[in-house]
Write a protein that binds this ligand. Structure first.
Ligand code: ADP
Ligand code: MG
Length: 211
């Protein structure tokens, strides 16, 4: 069993969005997936309650008992656990990073978001878990190429010493529309651009997790 922790101490970075989409994509690859929602706001849980499909499984929990939850998940035979975390809780973020095989740190490409990512990258570096930053909610590439804000964000993120995923997730209406009735973009518009981005990100992360 592998555990992917999604951490960013900034609200609105895209933690829940990435957790949901990666978990659903992993189910599509035939894996047994458990989402663990340790954000007291429970956004992933609210999405899951609207969902008709039976997978992924989801459990609401707390950072303090995450270790036990993961142990039970292992005994139950899950292949992948995806942990959604709260912003503003360095305590839970640290526990999640410690217990994860890999950490994914979403951030928007805007300067205020990039400024805020330092606390998260520092925490992950202290714990020592392999991590990857994923740019989320980026303006999509156009005929003229990758928008400047995205290339500048990549450059700015170099100072943190954590690799930035080649795959950037764009700002697309499908990412929020799909969630309304408990779906993900790979189900909502499975040949759409949003689904393709999630496919590519999943490709990279699943290889890193050796799934
Ligand atoms: N790539 C995206 N495209 C469009 N909307 C997005 C995207 N990523 C996030 N959002 C929207 O931005 C808001 C915050 O995202 P969310 O995943 O809840 O962030 P976090 O869990 O880090 O607080 C939500 O309304 C979500 O639907
Ligand atoms: Mg969230």
């Amino acid at each position: 069993m592998k555990t992917l922790g999604v951490i960013a101490q900034k609200g609105g970075a895209g933690k829940t969005t990435l957790c949901i989409h990666l978990a659903v994509r992993a189910c599509g690859a035939g894996l047994g997936v458990l989402m663990v929602d340790i954000d007291p706001q429970g956004s992933a849980t609210a999405w899951w309650r609207r969902r008709r499909a039976e997978t992924p499984a989801l459990i609401q929990s707390r950072g303090e008992v995450l270790g036990q939850v993961l142990e039970t998940a292992r005994q139950q035979g899950y292949d992948l656990v995806v942990v959604d975390t709260a912003p503003h809780s360095s305590h839970d973020a640290r526990i999640c990073a410690q217990l994860s095989d890999r950490v994914c740190i979403p951030t928007r490409p805007a300067i205020l978001d990039l400024d805020a990512i330092g606390a998260t990258t520092e925490l992950v570096a202290q714990v020592g878990t392999a991590a990857r930053i994923v740019l989320n909610s980026c303006p999509p590439a156009t005929f003229y190429g990758v928008p400047r804000i995205v290339t500048e964000a990549r450059q700015a993120l170099r100072t943190y010493g954590i690799p930035v995923s080649e795959v950037a997730i764009s700002q697309r209406a499908a990412f929020s529309h799909a969630l309304i009735d408990g779906r993900a973009v790979t189900e909502f518009e499975h040949k759409g651009k949003a689904a393709r981005e999630i496919d590519r990100l999943w490709q990279v992360l699943s290889e890193e997790l050796e799934l």
